[in-house]
Ligand binder design. Structure first.
Ligand SMILES: [Zn+2]
Length: 126
């Protein structure tokens, strides 16, 4: 192989390398955007799925009362509330989700919580 042949090979390898770097840059850029969109979508799904209440059974023997605790808290110095589970922000003055009444609504809430847990596991949040 003479010098011009060697230069040709070096040039070809260089072009391929530059091409690979450019392709890699475009691929990672798109992937990041795509992941960002996916995360945002999942966050909205989690917010919609969240019951914003936690139902716990007071005793293990089943005789105790059912405890229903709201998951939203207010932060010091603001009038806003936010859910500690899904991070939904309820601006101050807005009516907060109502506490469930009656067994039917409580059962629905427990079911909703299970759905939320499933979704959160899928999203890798839990
Ligand atoms: Zn919530």
């Amino acid at each position: 192989m003479d010098l011009s042949g060697l230069l040709y090979v070096v040039g070809a390898v260089g072009v391929v390398l530059i091409g690979l770097v450019a392709f890699r840059f475009i691929a990672t850029f798109d992937l990041n955007k795509w992941q960002e969109r996916k995360d945002k979508k999942m966050q909205v799904r989690l917010m919609n799925a969240c019951p914003h209440y936690l139902v716990t059974l007071a005793d293990n023997d089943g005789k105790g009362d059912v405890k229903i605790q709201p998951l939203y808290v207010t932060t010091y110095g603001t009038t806003d509330w936010f859910c500690t589970q899904c991070r939904t922000v309820f601006p101050g003055g807005l009516i907060l989700p109502q506490k469930p009444r009656g067994m039917k609504e409580v059962e629905a809430l427990i079911k909703q919580q299970e759905e939320f847990q499933k979704l959160a596991r899928k999203a890798g949040v839990v």
